[in-house]
Design a protein around this ligand. Structure first.
Ligand code: NAD
Ligand code: ZN
Length: 366
């Protein structure tokens, strides 16, 4: 069928909205009409080839839409179902079977391979094939073929124009907190980076009952907004040493911490700010090959724990409905992070995310 898609063609270059051909969904796929798709920092770094997804490519991995066709092997979906799209996973490897599909041993190939496992791509135009199946979905398109394992059915009255980011950025921050760090009520949490991922982590920490929530960033407006949303303390790490500030606020060190920046010196700050036997998690993405300094001499004695976390270590089919329920209950107001953009304005959405004026842009297709 014919559809329209935003195509990434080269690093640091605007996406091009093009008329493209979409092939038929395979037996394990759904064809979905995308209603809205969030824009994540990961779309920008893949456009810029930090991860070598073959270009040209249709990116987008926070899609929400309506099922139009169902592959012959897919169970549990019918045309007309509303879906939020998460990453693809194989469902058969030891990590998937152990309940950790975001660590699927086939995760990289399924989500960053540029097409299906057999090498085929869904999109093409006169210039040739265009990479598809980014995070199993390539949601910057009006219609797309989606790996059914990544789709999460949501209620008929679910607001699709809002929910797409639950499939990545919001799930990543909140999942790292709720599934991995698991802060106790009354505990202290520090979050480095106040983008959509960090703010989701903050909202989750608050929902979990943490009573000291310290947000660290270098953009004053974002820190101000973090305070409005419930941070108890903010630290501008351009002006103040965040390790000293966190130790002072917490009386020695923070119990749980999250690095959403992927910046090596920030990761080091996170490890140094932890209390004895504290638990820190890294979710911020860095270029493949990036190394971070880490004082193993001093830190051995502290007994700290560090986790590397993909997509909040969530099972999206279980976790996303839980986030929707928390949102409905008023305890997880992630809608305050979002701003809608028309499809034609997708490059403005990328620019506003990069310059810090919008936390979580959502492209709404009409
Ligand atoms: P974002 O760019 O909106 O937010 C990053 C924040 O970090 C910004 O507010 C920025 O000002 C702040 N920052 C940058 N350098 C800093 C420094 N030196 N000190 C303090 N703060 C600093 O991005 P986002 O959408 O919130 O995503 C955060 C990261 O998570 C990105 O790297 C993204 O690629 C990654 N990500 C990872 C996963 C995963 O599964 N692990 C999933 C989604 C996104
Ligand atoms: Zn993402």
């Amino acid at each position: 069928m014919k559809t329209r898609a935003a195509v990434a063609t080269a690093p640091q270059t605007d996406l091009e909205i093009r008329d493209v051909e979409l092939d038929a969904p395979r037996a394990d796929e759904l064809q979905v009409r995308i209603v809205a798709s969030g824009v994540c920092h990961t779309d920008a770094i893949v456009r810029d080839q930090w991860y070598p997804v073959p270009l040209p490519s249709v990116l987008g991995h926070e899609g929400a839409g309506i099922v139009e066709a169902v592959g012959s092997d897919v169970q549990g979906f019918k045309a007309g179902d509303k879906v939020v799209l998460g990453p693809a996973y194989c469902g058969r490897c030891e990590q998937c079977l152990a309940g950790h599909p975001m660590f699927c041993v086939n995760f990289y190939d399924r989500n960053f391979g540029g097409g299906r496992a057999d090498g085929s791509k869904s999109f093409s135009d006169d210039s040739g094939e265009i990479s598809s199946h980014f995070f199993g979905q390539s949601s910057f398109a009006e219609h797309t073929n989606v790996v059914a394992s990544g789709a999460v059915k949501v209620p008929d009255d679910a607001p699709l124009d809002l929910l797409g980011p639950l499939g990545c950025g919001i799930m990543t921050g909140s999942g790292a907190v709720l599934n991995v760090l698991q802060p106790q009520p009354g505990s202290s949490v520090a979050v480095f980076g106040t983008g959509a991922v960090g703010m989701s982590g903050m909202l989750a920490a608050k929902a979990a009952g943490a009573t000291t929530i310290i947000m660290v960033d270098i953009v004053p407006e974002r820190l101000e907004f973090a305070k409005e949303l419930g941070a108890t303390h903010t630290v501008n790490s351009k002006e103040t040493d965040p390790v000293e500030a966190i130790k002072e606020i917490t009386g020695g060190g923070v119990e749980y911490a999250l690095d959403t920046t992927g910046v090596p010196p920030v990761f080091a700050q996170m490890t140094k700010s932890l209390a004895t036997r504290g638990h820190g998690a890294l979710v911020g993405a860095a270029k493949l090959g990036t190394e971070a300094p880490f004082d193993i001499g001093t830190l051995l004695l502290s007994g700290i724990k560090i986790s590397m976390v993909v997509e909040g270590d969530a099972v999206p089919q279980e976790f996303i409905p839980r986030l929707i329920a928390l949102h409905a209950a008023g305890t997880f107001p992630f809608d305050k992070l979002t701003k809608s953009y028309a499809f034609e304005d997708i490059n403005q959405a990328f620019a506003d995310s990069a310059n810090g004026t919008t936390l979580k842009p959502i492209i709404v297709f009409c």
